[in-house]
Design a binder for this molecule. Structure first.
Ligand SMILES: Nc1ncnc2c1ncn2[C@@H]1O[C@H](COP(=O)(O)OP(=O)(O)OP(=O)(O)O)[C@@H](O)[C@H]1O
Ligand SMILES: [Mg+2]
Length: 490
């Protein structure tokens, strides 16, 4: 470029500023100016005092920055006089010295608008902070990386899910660190293929994710490539930990099954109670008339024997009816504060001496400070007896029986756990064991009422009873009973 064309070019640059830029001598005469500074007055401007030209004043303006520049040899910014002569607007003059050796040869003066600058800057800071907050407070993890895999954005949820601190991720990690094997490359392939939600997009899919501690689990990820025109500049992923969701689904499913079970038991209970009531009166009649015959007629011994059998069998039927009624919560309860450790020990003492228990090792692990529980002790003894007998019968007289009492997890109740090392309960039988008349024992050996009775009694105590079992390993029955109000305990 020749020196003339260069000059013209510089002039163009200075004019393009769109704000007044001019140079003054130390005595405030205009030496040069860009187009916005000289458009009024044209070439005549040169040599005029600036205050005269711009403000029509004989004396320098009170707000002129030039004297201070001459004194301090530094750049000075001062607010300009506004239209009515006052100060305080956002229009400023920035004056900068031009040196000739040590001396100031001239001063450039540039007209600037602080308000515009400041509001641009605040606007930018504000929207940056807003975006940052938005990203940081997201419940989902957010990771963005450049095309080399270097992490650009890593929010708090991502830090929680991955186990890496935000600092670690931003300074020393690559996107590949978060996906085991070739996971990151596979995600990029899917993103570019356009088959998973359009070009550069990956709609919600499950992928393996690796934590800092090396453990691998599944996340649900949506991702996108960020383009600048056609150029790929970054990728961003939004994800959440699937484990929490799975856990929740499992809990929901469990509650659903429990509800179903409770509903089923309640309708079975009504049915059982109906049948039991129907049977109660005729059974009473059978017993009564059989006894009358025994007492009032001179009978042969053989006939007496038969009548006695009728009475005994009727008695057995009445017991069954009583158990059915108890299952259906149709009997009266006598609630007192009871020490269940004591009740369990008593039941065990009774059973230990039976032949069935001679080769069973009994392990008692009873919580010494177990709080008393409002309960009908007769009924609970019945429950313990049924479960322990079932266990001994399942183990066919050899194995280990474990009886534990402990406070429940939520601290509002107690747990009684009875485990055996028997054959376990097959998966398809487990949902039915609490139903009345469900038995796997041969005819005449079991009525299938033991556990349904236990279920009814525990329900009646506002508690819960459930069984866990693994075939071949054994069975655990757990009973949870609420402690009740402190006033009840006294
Ligand atoms: N500890 C256990 N191990 C294996 N199976 C068990 C265990 N406890 C119960 N069961 C199964 O549950 C079924 C139902 O038990 P429940 O006590 O209600 O009736 P039962 O023992 O068969 O008869 P009943 O107790 O009326 O004499 C049993 O037949 C058995 O198949
Ligand atoms: Mg039983």
């Amino acid at each position: 470029m020749g020196s003339d064309s260069q000059k013209a070019y510089y002039r163009k640059v200075l004019d393009s500023l769109g704000r007044r830029l001019f140079v003054v001598s130390p005595d405030l005469r205009i030496l040069a100016g860009n187009h916005p500074a000289t458009k009024q007055g044209g070439p005549d401007v040169i040599g005029k005092k600036c205050h005269e030209h711009y403000y029509g004043e004989d004396a320098p303006c009170s707000t002129c920055p030039v004297p201070e520049v001459l004194e301090t040899h530094r750049r000075v910014v001062r607010r300009k006089k506004d239209a009515d002569g006052g100060e305080g607007g956002s229009q400023c003059l920035q004056a900068t010295p031009i040196f000739d050796g040590e001396e100031i040869e001239a001063v450039t003066v540039l007209d600037i608008d602080l308000f515009q600058l400041a509001s641009l800057e605040t606007e930018l800071t504000r929207s940056n902070a807003f975006l940052r907050n938005l990203i940081m407070s997201s419940v989902d993890g957010i990771i963005a990386s450049d095309m080399k895999g270097q992490i650009l954005i890593f929010n708090e949820a991502a830090s929680k899910i991955s186990g890496y601190t935000i600092d670690e991720a931003l300074t020393s990690l690559n996107i590949r660190n978060f996906y085991p094997g070739d996971g990151a490359r596979e995600i990029m392939r899917k993103l570019r293929s356009g088959e998973y939600g359009g070009k550069g997009k990956l709609k919600s899919c499950e992928v393996d994710y690796q934590r800092k501690d090396g453990s691998i689990f599944q996340i649900r990820l949506s991702a996108a490539i960020v383009y600048d025109g056609d150029r790929e500049v970054a990728s961003v992923g939004f994800f959440y930990d699937l484990r929490e969701r799975r856990e929740m689904e499992k809990k929901l499913e469990k509650t659903r099954i429990q509800l179903l079970q409770a509903e089923k038991m309640s309708s079975l209970g009504k049915l059982a109670a109906g049948v039991a009531h129907q049977l109660n009166n005729p059974l009473g009649g059978i017993t009564l008339y059989a006894q009358l015959m025994m007492e009032e007629y001179p009978l042969e011994d053989a006939a007496r024997e038969d009548l006695k059998r009728i009475i005994d069998d009727a008695e057995r039927c009445r017991n069954t009816v009583r158990e059915l009624l108890e299952f259906a919560r149709q009997t009266r309860q006598e609630i007192r504060m009871n020490d269940l450790n004591h009740a369990i020990s008593q039941t065990l003492f009774l059973l230990e001496n039976q032949a069935l228990f001679h080769n069973i090792e009994i392990i008692k692990s009873l919580e010494p400070d177990l709080p008393k529980v409002p309960s009908d002790i007769q009924q609970l003894n019945h429950v313990f007896m049924n479960i322990i007998l079932n266990a001994a019968e399942a183990m066919e007289g050899t194995g280990q029986l474990r009886v534990e009492t402990l406070p429940s997890d939520n601290g509002c109740g107690i747990l009684i756990r009875i485990s055996d090392t028997g054959p376990g309960i097959p998966e398809d039988a487990l949902p039915h064991i609490f139903e009345p008349f469900f038995t796997t024992k041969e005819q005449g050996k079991g009525t299938g009422l033991g556990l349904s009775l236990a279920y009814g009694i525990i329900e009646n105590h506002s508690g819960r009873i459930w069984a866990e079992s693994k075939t071949g390993e054994g069975t655990v029955f757990t009973i949870e009973l609420p402690m009740g109000q402190p006033s009840e305990q006294e």
